[in-house]
Design a protein around this ligand. Sequence first.
Ligand code: NAD
Length: 257
Amino acid sequence: MSLSGKTAIITGSNSGIGLGIARSLAEAGADVVLNSFTDSTEDHELAAGLGREFGVNARYIKADMSKQAECRALVEQAGACDILVNNAGIQHVAPIEDFPVEKWDAIIAINLSSAFHTTAAALPMMRKAGWGRVVNIASAHGLTASPYKAAYIAAKHGIVGLSKTTALETAEEPITCNAICPGYVLTPLVEAQIPDTMKKYDMGRDEVIRKVMLDRQPSKEFATVEQIGGTTVFLCSAAADQITGTTISIDGGWTAL
Ligand code: NAD
């Protein structure tokens, strides 16, 4: 399928899942807007590289997804938004009574509120263009819980709810909104959790991956960024025209347990 002529904005896309989705959308022919809060030379080179590799227009726009004005400015600055992928996300692990308030606020802002602001800015553009796709990257933790991840789980359940509301508000238009719910994917966000988990359980890396991280992922394999990118491209295809307001799990059976 070709997404040629469509512009996709992917929040938090200078690494991990967001970058994987940007690659898949560019491979399918979409012009892509990469984003993070860093604005480094590497960020701009990453976008230029995607443009060269796939022959599409690829840009990097700096915007801090913890700030509502910057979320909305990202969409305005892009100038077009046919496909919006709300992917930016951070994690913090602590019991509720010790959970730092500033971490709670940051996670709710970046993992949930940013999607509200970008969607609010993007819907008028999609309506004007007569077509649109909103893909929210939730998590298996948008459907189930684990201890010590209060803010992340609240935000991910929230983004599943936001996806349903967005779908209902656009149901009679050629616009869809869905949430993808990945299980564990080996990205920098997950990699960063491995050393502490090794210490906590006094286990080696492989044991932590298999017995702790993939404990609830029955396939015992990480999901990949390519699988999430491919699912995003599918949600942008005509085959998905009537798929809206739902969740698609890519979790090796986690939520079937
Ligand atoms: P990652 O750390 O590799 O990427 C996170 C991205 O968000 C980066 O591009 C980072 O620059 C960006 N980001 C962070 N704070 C930002 C801010 N204030 N403004 C703009 N951008 C910001 O992590 P990832 O694993 O690729 O996670 C991407 C998304 O997928 C997150 O929403 C995460 O919750 C979700 N997810 C990840 C997994 C997993 O196992 N890795 C599983 C389920 C869901």
